[in-house]
Design a binder for this molecule. Structure first.
Ligand code: PHE
Ligand code: NA
Length: 498
C-alpha cells in the first residue's frame, strides 16, 4: 500500500487544526449568538459546555482520527467500525460505522453547502470594502439585498473561493492544505489584532452612553438570572460548532498523524487557540464596534450583524474602507481555512473508500457543493440557510458528538481509550477526567437533545426561522425595538421577506 500522507511539521499540524476550528463561527456566529442570548447570560452555559463537552469530545475525536489513520482511513464510517469491533460483533460494528459515516457525510456536505456561501459573501465584501462600493449607500440593508439578488455575482465570488479550495485540496494534505494555512493563519491573527486595537480606540462616536467598552461589558457581565434553556442549548451548539466537533473533520485531520504523535496536548492546544480567537478576539471586534455606533439594539441584528450592521459602521468610521476590507478579509481567511477541512473530508472519502484519484475527487466535490449550493443561492429569503444553520449547525453536530462518546469511549472500551489518549502524549491527564468523559458529557448531551426534541415536537413542525419571520412581520417586533436603526432593519426585513 502506498504511504499515506502525513503532516510535514508540528507547527503545520497545529496551524491546520487551529485553522480548522477558527472560522466564521468565531467572528460571525459567536458574536450574534452571544448578543441574541443576552451577552453575559450566554457566557455562563458557554463555559460550562466548554469544559463538560468541548474539551472531552475534542480528545475523543483526536483519538478516533489517529486510530482510523493507522488503518489508512480518515473518514468516520471505517473508523467507527474499527473501534466498535472491540466490543461488538463485526456485523453490529458495521451498523455503527454506517451511522457515523452517514452523519459525517451529511454534515460535511450540507453544513459546508451553506457555509461556503458565507465564505463567498466575505470574498465579495472584501472587494466591496476595498473598492468603496457601499460607502455612499443610504442603506447597507438595500446594498446587501441587491447583492444577494444578483445571482451571477453571488456565484462568481462563491466560485472563486470554492475553486481555490479545490486547488489547495487537490495538492494534498502536506503539500496543499498545510502550506496554505501556514500563510493564512498568521495573517488572520494580525488582521484580528489590528481590528481589536481599532475597536478599543473608538471612544463614543455617536452617544456618550454608547462605547466599545460598554459593548465589551455587555458580553462579560455575568447575569445568572437570565440563563435559560434556550441559551444553554445555543451555547452547547456554539461550542460544538466553533470547535469543529461532531463533523468528522477533527478526526480527518488527526488521521494524518503518525501512530505515536501526541494527541492529548495537541487537542488542548486546538481548543485554547480557538477559544482565544473566539472570546478574546471575536468578542472584542464585532460586538464592541457595533455597540459603539449602534447601541444594544444594533448588536442584536442577528445573522446579519457582520454583513449589515458593521458595514454601516465602516461608512462612518475614520479609515473605514481599510478596516472594512480588513474585517472581511479576516472572515474570508477564517472561513476558508475551516471549509477546506470539510472539502478534504469528502475528497478523502472518494480517495480512500472509492479509490478515486485526489485531483479528480476534488473536482467531483466542487460539483457536489455546486449542486447543494445552488438552491441556497437562489433562495433570496435566506430561509434555507438559516434553517440549515439551525438543524445541521447545532442539532446534528450534537447527535454525532453523542455517537463519538458511544463508539470512541464505550464500545472501544474506556481502558483502551485512556491508553490511546496517552500514547505518545506530552502530558499525563488526571484520572477524574474520565468521569466527565464517560458519564457527565453523554448525560449532558442527552438532556439537551431531549429538551430540544421535546420543544420541537410540542411546537409542531414550525421551524425556527418561520417563527422568526412571523415575529418580524408582527408589530411586537417594531414596538420592542427602540433605536431608529433597528426599526429600519425590521421594516426592511419585511420587504425582503415579501
Ligand atoms: N469551527 C468552524 C467555525 O468556527 C466550523 C466549521 C468548520 C464550519 C468547517 C464549516 C466548515 O467556523
Ligand atoms: Na471556531
Amino acid at each position: 500500500m502506498e504511504q499515506r500522507d502525513q503532516w510535514a511539521t508540528k507547527i503545520g499540524l497545529i496551524l491546520a487544526m487551529a485553522g480548522n476550528a477558527i472560522g466564521l463561527g468565531n467572528f460571525w456566529r459567536f458574536p450574534y449568538q452571544a448578543a441574541k442570548y443576552g451577552g453575559g447570560a450566554f457566557m455562563i452555559p458557554y463555559f460550562v459546555a466548554l469544559f463538560l463537552l468541548g474539551i472531552p469530545v475534542m480528545w475523543i475525536e483526536w483519538v478516533e482520527g489517529r486510530y482510523g489513520g493507522k488503518y489508512g482511513h480518515g473518514t468516520l464510517g471505517p473508523t467507527f467500525y474499527l473501534m466498535a469491533r472491540e466490543s461488538v460483533k463485526p456485523r453490529t460494528a458495521v451498523i455503527f460505522g454506517m451511522i457515523g459515516g452517514m452523519l459525517a457525510f451529511s454534515v460535511t456536505s450540507l453544513l459546508n453547502g451553506y457555509y461556503l456561501h458565507i465564505v463567498g459573501w466575505s470574498a465579495a465584501y472584501t472587494y466591496f470594502s476595498a473598492a468603496g462600493s457601499y460607502m455612499n449607500t443610504t442603506s447597507t440593508y438595500d446594498f446587501f439585498v441587491n447583492y444577494i439578488k444578483n445571482t451571477p455575482q453571488v456565484l462568481l465570488f462563491w466560485a472563486i473561493s470554492v475553486g481555490l479550495l479545490g486547488i489547495a485540496v487537490a495538492q494534498g494534505v502536506s503539500k496543499g492544505i498545510e502550506r496554505w494555512v501556514k500563510v493564512m493563519m498568521p495573517l488572520l491573527y494580525v488582521a484580528a489584532i489590528l481590528l481589536v486595537i481599532r475597536s478599543f480606540t473608538l471612544g463614543s462616536p455617536v452617544k456618550p452612553e454608547w462605547s466599545s467598552i460598554k459593548g465589551f461589558e455587555y458580553l462579560w457581565e455575568p447575569r445568572f438570572s437570565d440563563v435559560t434553556w434556550e441559551s444553554a442549548l445555543a451555547a452547547a451548539g456554539q461550542i460544538f460548532f466553533t470547535l469543529s466537533l461532531g463533523m468528522g473533520i477533527i478526526q480527518n485531520y488527526a488521521s494524518y498523524l503518525g501512530p505515536e504523535d501526541d494527541v492529548a496536548l495537541s487537542g488542548l492546544a486546538t481548543v485554547s487557540l480557538n477559544e482565544f480567537a473566539e472570546v478574546i478576539l471575536g468578542g472584542s471586534i464585532a460586538i464592541p464596534i457595533a455597540f459603539a455606533y449602534l447601541g444594544e439594539e444594533g448588536i442584536k441584528s442577528g445573522v446579519s450583524l457582520a454583513y449589515l450592521a458593521l458595514p454601516n459602521v465602516f461608512i462612518h468610521m475614520p479609515a473605514g474602507r481599510f478596516f472594512g476590507s480588513l474585517w472581511f478579509l479576516l472572515l474570508w481567511f477564517a472561513g476558508f481555512t475551516s471549509a477546506i477541512a470539510m472539502y478534504n473530508y469528502l475528497t478523502a472519502l472518494l480517495e480512500e473508500d472509492l479509490k478515486i484519484d485526489r485531483k479528480v475527487g476534488s473536482a467531483i466535490v466542487f460539483a457536489l457543493y455546486f449542486i447543494i449550493g445552488l438552491p441556497i443561492a437562489l433562495d433570496k429569503t435566506l430561509l434555507l440557510l438559516t434553517d440549515l444553520d439551525k438543524w445541521v449547525g447545532s442539532y446534528l453536530l450534537v447527535v454525532l458528538g453523542l455517537f463519538d462518546i458511544i463508539v470512541g469511549v464505550w464500545l472501544f472500551k474506556p481502558k483502551n481509550f485512556w491508553e490511546e489518549l496517552h500514547k505518545g502524549s506530552y502530558i499525563k491527564l488526571p484520572e477524574w477526567i474520565m468521569v466527565i468523559i464517560k458519564y457527565i458529557a453523554p448525560l449532558y448531551i442527552l438532556i439537551l437533545l431531549g429538551k430540544n426534541t421535546w420543544d420541537y415536537i410540542t411546537n409542531g413542525t414550525i421551524t425556527m426561522s418561520q417563527k422568526y419571520l412571523e415575529y418580524l412581520v408582527s408589530d411586537e417586533a417594531l414596538i420592542s425595538t427602540t433605536t431608529e436603526y433597528a426599526k429600519k432593519m425590521v421594516i426592511e426585513s419585511r420587504i425582503l421577506i415579501i
